[in-house]
Design a binder for this molecule. Sequence first.
Ligand SMILES: NC(=O)c1ccc[n+]([C@@H]2O[C@H](COP(=O)([O-])OP(=O)(O)OC[C@H]3O[C@@H](n4cnc5c(N)ncnc54)[C@H](O)[C@@H]3O)[C@@H](O)[C@H]2O)c1
Length: 255
Amino acid sequence: MAGMLADKNILVTGVLLESSIAFHAAKLAQEQGANVILTAYGRVSLVERIAKRLPKPVPVVELDVSDRAQLDSLATRVGQYAEELDGVVHSIGASPSDTLGGNFLHAPWDSVAQALHVSAYSFASLSSACLPLMRKGGSIVGIDFDSSLAWPDYDWMGVAKASLESVSRYLARYLGAQSIRVNLVASGPIRTMASRSIPSFDAFVDIWEKRSPIHWDENDPVPTAKAVVALLSDWFPATTGEIVHVDAGLHAVGA
Ligand SMILES: NC(=O)c1ccc[n+]([C@@H]2O[C@H](COP(=O)([O-])OP(=O)(O)OC[C@H]3O[C@@H](n4cnc5c(N)ncnc54)[C@H](O)[C@@H]3O)[C@@H](O)[C@H]2O)c1
């Protein structure tokens, strides 16, 4: 099949609902010729149901990135559907409610540790788990929210995203020798299940409406998904350790 990802095998994590950024990345990847395999965190039958809305049928493999045994068996379980992987999408983030919403100074370490484990360390542990299937090199892409600034209410999730950015650079350093590129897409705000846990999400939307140089639509995950597909493709052959901002230019302007 023709397309930017023709005949590539791509593992996509992070599909929960049709609103998930990962759902749109998987959809576009299929439209661009990829064979997609999804992972599901816990609710496998829900993800299988949502996956039926994709253009083509996909296998769904269970994965909780905080479960060592599931990571250790991932390559074998994914290997039932694809001998090799050409790309991996990390679209995973979670932060307990006591780490968000203005509780920064009082957030307990256990909750912060959970946020860092699931949202940042998992970029490395997922990548390592997929390495046995990436013998020919490939592309790993994660989803970021610009963490060069302190945002209202984003709190320890912002710290987790800063860690994700650093993890991404180290992965680029350590996986380059295996011809694996590692990049992030720093997305503007999009209405998803994860965004509902950010109390001042509407304030973000207001900031984007007032300040972004070009129009941003918080109900449209497609621009972010397009960047993911582009980074998975052969069209960024010399780009790694990069953060591509898909935020209507907001990161580039002041007040
Ligand atoms: N929505 C936004 O405004 C926005 C902006 C920038 C970046 N992001 C990032 O995009 C990514 C995807 O989020 P989304 O907005 O599509 O929301 P979403 O709620 O649809 O997706 C988050 C996913 O994380 C998964 N997840 C949570 N804990 C997990 C675990 N232990 N193991 C495996 N998977 C787990 C959930 O199952 C879900 O599929 C996240 O990294 C998020 O931080 C979102």
